[in-house]
Design a protein around this ligand. Structure first.
Ligand code: DX5
Ligand code: ZN
Length: 216
């Protein structure tokens, strides 16, 4: 499988949201990456269900929903109802991570687990066979447009090894600071999905930038 590109809607123009969703629909992008922030797990608030439903109404590609919220189990079914295809929770926000993963799968979604930059990939050893996606945060979550953390490459390599050893089918997603200079090295280390916000929507030609990010 060639790597996937998931533009982050957080960097879209919210005054022209439908236009930017159509832009992604008509591009080489594979998924929509949607960041939900609660102002508690992370020091920022993004948007909630009304906006997510508006996105879903126009989006013609899978919705990859990244929850940066405390107690995500409370909202599993609501995110399913709002159209999430993959629902990713933070390991750091889940006391009973195994249960959270089962809840997501039982609701009919793919289950992802996100790791903050300080969290070792080895903490996934006992659940890696159960999950569909690991989101490695390559910035501290909360904001778009931050600088990529270089230690991410080593984490991707270690996670790839763990996935192979445990015969897991989990995809490795990289989220934060992905750009035209680092994306090839990330794919070479084993990344399957690249999230890109500022690199896409901050560029002069977002459609062309998405195409560039697909090329190796
Ligand atoms: C950060 C979010 C990211 C963010 C990425 O907390 O999880 O998805 O939108 O944005 P860029 O690509 O600009 O770093
Ligand atoms: Zn994200």
């Amino acid at each position: 499988m060639s790597h996937l590109i998931a533009p982050s809607v957080l960097s879209a123009d919210f005054g022209n949201l439908q236009r930017d969703i159509e832009l992604i629909n008509n591009s080489d992008a594979d998924w929509f990456h949607i960041d939900i922030m609660d102002g508690c797990f992370v020091p920022n608030i993004s948007f909630g269900f009304p906006v997510l439903k508006a996105i879903q109404k126009h989006a013609k590609k899978p919705l990859d929903v990244h929850l940066m919220i405390v107690d995500p189990d409370r909202y599993t079914q609501l995110f399913k109802d709002a159209g999430a295809d993959t629902l990713t929770v933070h390991l750091e926000a889940c006391t009973h991570l195994h249960r959270s993963i089962q809840n997501i799968k039982n609701a009919g979604m793919k289950a992802g687990v996100a790791l903050n930059p300080h969290t070792s990939v080895m903490l996934l050893e006992d659940v890696i066979a159960d999950i569909d996606l690991v989101c490695i945060m390559s910035v501290n979550p909360g904001f778009g447009g931050q600088k990529f953390i270089e230690n991410t490459y080593a984490k991707v390599t270690a996670l790839k090894k763990l996935i192979t050893e445990k015969k897991s089918k989990a995809l490795i997603e990289i989220d934060g600071g992905v750009d035209l200079l680092n994306y090839k090295k990330l794919v070479a280390c084993g990344a399957d999905v690249l999230v890109a916000g500022n690199t896409v929507f901050g560029s002069a030609n977002p459609t062309q930038t998405i195409t560039q990010l697909k090329q190796l």
